[in-house]
Write a protein that binds this ligand. Structure first.
Ligand code: G3P
Length: 226
């Protein structure tokens, strides 16, 4: 199960990467422009923070296949590392995926809203497909069902493309996407932190410490014991 951070905010990526077992970072043009800074410099900084092994997913802008391919080659050259080129599943995007695949770059097909888009993207060479769970839920189209149906079809036909479910607004959606067969999820910073949070965990830890300190004394750790 892969867990990625869906943000372009440097400070949040730094904080989350230090604590959480992240597999990488996903960005999109809307997230990028919020940072109001130079695009490539920003991505190079994200790459520096997460290192070359972790995945970085970066989206192209063009709606023409040839230009999408040019963008992909450029991004691969200037960002490098374990890079996934995010290409929307428009017809020109599908055409571009076939070419990008031939050039040996990795692809995340994005803006997926139907299982059939996911099938086409897989056939065109996508390594990941990113179905947008919350955006589907917002139009009563059941994002989790779409994830489940993609997983079912991929399993039925032994399709190797992985599902990186995206667009989450709560932990229940993340949980349901995992159960529906997503290979990974990409979540905003706040949700990433909520994944580990539970009030009973915190309460239990406080009780363990107070029991311990009542007997052994405040601030004493196991390494101080004989
Ligand atoms: O990066 C794609 C996806 O995660 C977008 O999420 O919250 O804008 O629907 P959202």
């Amino acid at each position: 199960m892969l867990i990625l951070l869906d943000t372009a905010k440097i400070d949040l990526i730094e904080k989350a990467n230090e604590i959480l077992p992240l597999d990488g970072v996903t960005t999109n043009p809307s997230l990028i422009v919020k940072e109001k800074t130079a695009f490539i410099t920003l991505l190079q900084e994200i790459r520096r923070i997460i290192g070359t092994e972790k995945m970085l997913h970066v989206q192209v802008i063009s709606k023409k296949a040839e230009e999408i391919v040019e963008e992909a080659m450029y991004l691969n050259k200037v960002i490098g590392g374990n890079l996934y080129i995010k290409v929307p599943v428009i017809p020109q995007g599908i055409k571009a995926m076939k070419i990008i695949k031939e050039k040996g770059l990795k692809i995340t097909a994005t803006a997926i809203f139907t299982p059939q888009q996911a099938v086409l993207a897989a056939k065109a060479g996508a390594n990941f497909v990113a179905p947008y769970v919350n955006r589907l839920d917002n139009i009563s189209a059941n994002g989790i069902n779409v994830v489940a149906e993609i997983a079912k079809i991929y399993n039925m036909f032994s399709i190797k493309t992985k599902i990186l479910a995206a667009s989450f607004k709560n932990i229940q959606q993340v949980h349901d996407a995992c159960l529906a067969g997503a290979h990974g999820v990409t979540v905003p910073y706040d949700l990433a932190n909520l994944l580990v949070h539970h009030p009973l965990t915190e309460e239990s830890v406080e009780k363990f410490i107070s029991d311990w300190e009542d007997f052994y004394g405040k601030g004493k750790l196991t390494k101080d014991m004989k």
